[in-house]
Design a protein around this ligand. Structure first.
Ligand code: FMN
Length: 209
């Protein structure tokens, strides 16, 4: 499917039919998330993959009883680092050093640049981290569409309750956004037949001379 066809085909699916998606397709979507760009390449988030039906039943009331939570094949919880710490930055450089066979010392100027970020408040860094999380979400949405897997990006949930349920605080994470993965239920999803609505391109894009 071309990227344009895939983006026309996808929509924020309200009802899914419970069919499981093949593991190989889920893995491709997770690969796409792993390959998403992030500022400096820090990837300041983790993505929880939830397929356990009992757990999904517990999440549904936290997510405004949205039916796609339990009708989906999997739910991805995009969870953002609550803090940026020097330990996390050290791990980031150790990983580059290992994978590129270079020394951390040789990356000193870049390390100092990233460490500048530690001067910001935890709250500001959380916002910065969250922005990176949403890029990963965007990449996942496109990847799913290309594979003809339906999905719903979801912010309609109580973050505090979900973080408690999943013990995210202990992991140094806060939930940012959810994404269901599955197959649309063409009989029950009212959105299936509705036209996709977007702002006029003349207003969306401002062409400078
Ligand atoms: C960050 C974000 C949060 C969203 N939250 C929800 C949600 O909780 N439930 C839902 O059904 N759709 C949710 N949506 C879907 C949007 O309503 C939908 O993407 C938008 O109306 C455009 O329609 P389309 O995606 O079907 O093309 C969300 C979308 C985004 C990007």
């Amino acid at each position: 499917m071309s990227i344009t066809t895939a983006l026309h085909w996808r929509y924020a699916t309200k009802r899914m039919n419970g069919t499981k998606i093949p593991k190989q397709k889920l893995d491709v979507i997770l690969d796409a998330i792993s390959l998403a760009p992030s500022s400096f390449g820090l990837q300041p988030y983790s993505v929880l993959v939830i397929e356990n039906e009992q757990l999904l039943e517990k999440i549904k009331p936290i997510a405004m009883m949205q039916p796609q939570v339990t009708e989906a094949s999997a739910l991805l919880v995009f969870a953002t680092w609550d803090k940026l710490t020097s330990e996390k930055i050290d791990l980031y450089f150790e990983n580059i050093a290992k994978q590129r066979n270079v020394t951390v010392e040789s990356m000193k100027p870049m390390k100092s640049t990233i460490e500048e970020q530690l001067k910001h408040s935890d709250a500001d860094n959380f916002i910065w981290n969250s922005k990176q999380t949403y890029i990963a979400l965007g990449v996942a949405l496109v990847a799913a569409a290309e594979l003809e897997i339906d999905s719903t990006p979801m912010e309609g949930f109580d973050k505090k309750q979900l973080d408690e349920l999943l013990n995210l605080k202990e992991l140094g994470l806060q939930s940012s956004v959810l994404m269901t993965l599955g197959y649309r239920d063409i009989k029950t999803d009212y959105l299936v037949k509705l036209k996709k609505v977007r702002r006029d391109k003349e207003k969306l894009f401002i062409q400078f001379p």
